[in-house]
Design a protein around this ligand. Structure first.
Ligand code: S3P
Length: 453
């Protein structure tokens, strides 16, 4: 199943309260961040990389198509994927524009790879991706010697003339972004010398873990005051990466939706098996526990170098409001829309702090999340970069949510509809396939009411 044929007609959907509790045990698709990286690092390695559990969502399939256009061989083998890599610096000039669809991760990480390959390339994306800022990677990557030409504000389409004799970059991240960190590390693979990235706040470390797994020399040390948990990453350039097997865990950002639904629908108990539990990704689970949610983790193990476990969410009928500190944002950056839905159902006023980065996601997620709740009768405010949600009232629902080509808003609104008085509609369910193909089928299997409108 390899589809890049997203239909051009919007697919409105409607969600309503189910008559029964949600119950069952499911596995969610593979982690999106790890899937992109497995394909990219596999393409830069020598030899074969076998990937099991790859997310076959639209975003990751874009990465597969782009890496093929750059000369890597990528095939599906039963349920696995096999990448035959070209080695560091071995990719070749693509014959056409690289279309990264809806995926910011694919576009930004690929910009890093292309910066230190001595050829010309052009990258574009869909209407959502063409609005998103690329300067955050362009500026540090220029220090490699690569040239970039973008639309105003550093937007795609982007032309890249990769450096001939690339220089290693030494950069301190001004925003907490794993995408920017990873782009610089990917560029550093084909630059002689040591590439250094300092991150004042820790962000997901899948690139660092996978670089080690593929045989790179990479050193991670603490930076700044201990309380900041900042890190300095030093990567030695031009290693020989060796193809390696990768097992992709279930995506915690996808698991969030069925688990949240279970916490909202009376009587529910849902288990999601094989979920990635990398501590730099589990801020939502910490937050849910602070809200009093019953979440149990079992069968904890290490798979493919990442911690994994089964998570069970049980409805208890009580969630209290929460105050989420800004420093937790990188570990749950994609989970704020669904946390906002849970906060609307919780007793009291929740404050989700420091959400400026949400403004540059697949949509302006801060504004769109507030609008999703507001149109459905929840009292919400935005104060600077904080989202304030007054929970505990009844949840009227009954409105149409505009999803702005944003998969996570679409899924959050459909979960909201499981607890509102009247059904919630969304304008378009197509983008759910970017990260969570099978979402509607899995949710319906648990007992959720979500259907085409
Ligand atoms: C990702 C990092 C995050 C996240 C995105 C995936 C990654 O973005 O929102 O869905 O795979 O590195 P930022 O690094 O821009 O915060």
């Amino acid at each position: 199943m390899e589809s890049l044929t997203q239909s051009t007609t919007p697919r409105p959907h409607q969600a309503a309260r189910p008559a029964q509790p949600l119950t069952g045990s499911i596995a969610v698709p593979g982690d999106k961040s790890i899937s992109h990286r497995a394909l990219m690092f596999g393409a830069l390695a020598v030899g074969r990389t076998r990937i099991s559990g790859l997310l076959e969502g639209e975003d990751v399939l874009r990465t597969a198509t782009a890496m093929r256009a750059l000369g890597a061989e990528i095939v599906r083998d039963g349920a696995d994927w096999i990448v035959s890599g070209r080695g560091i610096g071995g990719l070749t000039e693509p014959a056409d524009v690289l279309d990264m669809g809806n995926s910011g991760t694919a576009a930004r990480l690929l910009a890093g790879i292309l910066a230190t390959h001595d050829f010309y390339s052009v990258m574009t994306g869909d209407a959502s991706l063409r609005k998103r800022p690329m300067l955050r990677v362009i500026e540090p990557l220029r220090a490699t010697g690569a040239e970039f030409y973008a639309r105003q504000g550093g937007r795609l389409p982007l032309t890249i003339r990769g450096a001939r004799d690339a220089l290693p970059v030494n950069y301190r991240l001004p925003v907490a972004s794993a995408q920017v960190k990873s782009a610089i590390l990917l560029a550093g693979l084909n630059a002689p010398g040591i590439t250094i990235v300092e991150e004042p706040e820790p962000t997901r470390d899948h690139s660092e873990n996978m670089l080690k797994h593929f045989g790179a020399t990479i050193e991670v040390t603490a930076a700044g005051p201990a309380s900041s948990q900042g890190r300095v990453i030093r990567l030695t350039g031009q290693p020989e990466l060796r193809g390696a097997d990768v097992t992709v865990p279930g995506d915690p950002s996808s698991a969030a939706f069925p688990l949240a639904a279970a916490l909202l629908v009376p009587g529910s108990c849902v288990t999601v098996t094989g979920v990635g539990l990398n501590p730099l990704r589990t801020g939502l689970f910490t937050t849910l526990r602070e809200m009093g949610a019953e979440l149990a983790v079992s069968n904890e193990r290490i798979e493919g170098g990442e911690p994994v476990g089964d998570i069970t969410a049980t409805y208890t009928g009580f969630l209290r409001a929460v105050d989420v500190p800004a420093r937790r944002a990188p570990s749950m950056i994609d989970e704020y829309p669904i946390l906002a839905v849970l906060s609307a159902a919780a007793q009291g006023t929740s404050r989700l702090r420091g959400l400026h980065e949400l403004r540059v996601k697949e949509s302006d997620r801060l504004a769109a999340t507030a609008a999703m709740l507001r149109v459905n009768g929840v009292h919400v405010e935005i104060e600077d970069d904080d989202l304030i949600i007054h929970g505990g009232g009844n949840l009227p629902g009954g409105a149409l949510v505009e999803t702005h080509m944003d998969h996570r808003l679409a899924m959050s609104a459909l979960v909201l509809g499981q607890v509102t008085g009247r059904p919630v509609q969304i304008d378009d369910a197509r983008f759910i396939d970017t990260s969570f193909p099978g979402f509607l089928r899995l949710m319906r299997g648990l007992g959720a009411k979500m259907e085409a409108a």
